[in-house]
Design a protein around this ligand. Structure first.
Ligand code: NAI
Length: 253
């Protein structure tokens, strides 16, 4: 496969969760590969910082201040892109509560952002690509939690497992249009999402690093490269798959 398979010049990508962490790194890398990138997030300030990063490196970025749980907002933003080649549905939230302490509102909130938000992005992107006869690529963001479960991970893990089901189902349903749908399931990545554990932060990171044969935790750029691979022609025969950039970590629980 020639390196030009990673070239996204002339293509348009839409990235949710682009104001921070993995979404930001993905937006910046897709732009570096040549795509015009539409950055969507509910964090307006973060969005502008990402757009500035892209423009500073000579790329083209547009911003959409929206909530991924609002289908109408997402639809409008996706329609404003013109041609759409790549959807990276990255936006998500963390939630931790024991099964016996989990309230209905916790479950509803996490499923709403982490599953429905991804579903809406996939639906709008797929409809657009089919209508435009674009043989596009849709990349969803799952998590290592799909394999391991883990204490406190009921809501988060259930939503991510649903994302995997969505990814495989949609890949089967729209493959005939030449559209590919794949998921990325990262291990522990150093981002604002994993940076609110107070005093336990350093301990947790050291633990996660020890669990990896590579001896380190992930960085947003590690995951962005997985997104780029799945977004580009380098993965042209890959669909319905889960790519696991996790440093080789097998969780002990
Ligand atoms: P982050 O907190 O740095 O970024 C998440 C972004 O999503 C933020 O910019 C936030 O504003 C946005 N967002 C959240 N809810 C939204 C909504 N309703 N509408 C619009 N935007 C919304 O987190 P990070 O770590 O970059 O996570 C990105 C994705 O990767 C998430 O889906 C997360 O579950 C997944 N992931 C992260 C891992 C990690 O270790 N950091 C590991 C495995 C998966």
């Amino acid at each position: 496969m020639p390196l030009t398979a990673y070239d996204l010049t002339g293509r348009t990508a839409f990235v949710t969760g682009a104001a921070s962490g993995i979404g930001r790194a993905s937006a910046v890398l897709l732009a570096e590969a040549g795509a015009t990138v539409h950055c969507a997030d509910r964090d307006e300030q973060g969005l502008h910082e990402t757009a500035t990063l892209i423009k500073d490196q000579g790329g083209t970025a547009h911003t959409h201040h929206l909530d991924v749980t609002d289908r109408a907002q997402l639809k409008g933003a996706v329609e404003s892109c013109g041609r759409l080649d790549v959807m990276a549905a990255v936006a998500g939230i963390m939630h931790s509560s024991a099964v016996l302490d989990t309230r209905d509102e916790d479950l509803d909130r996490v499923l709403s952002v982490n599953f429905k938000g991804v579903l809406y992005a996939c639906q709008e992107a797929a409809r657009r690509m089919i209508a435009q006869r674009v043989r596009g690529s849709i990349v969803t963001m799952a998590s290592g939690a799909i394999d391991t479960g883990g204490p406190g991970l009921l809501c988060y893990g259930a939503a991510k497992a649903a994302v995997v089901q969505l990814t495989k189902t949609l890949a089967n349903e729209i493959g005939a249009h030449g559209i590919r749908v794949n998921a990325v399931a990262p291990g522990w990545v150093r981002t604002p999402m994993t940076d609110h554990h107070g005093e336990t932060q350093a301990h947790t990171e050291a633990f996660m690093a020890r669990m990896s044969p590579l001896g380190r935790v992930g960085e947003p750029d590690d995951i962005a490269h997985a997104v780029l691979h799945l977004a580009s022609d380098a993965s042209s025969f890959t669909t319905g798959q889960i790519l696991r950039p996790n440093g080789g970590v097998a969780m002990p629980w």
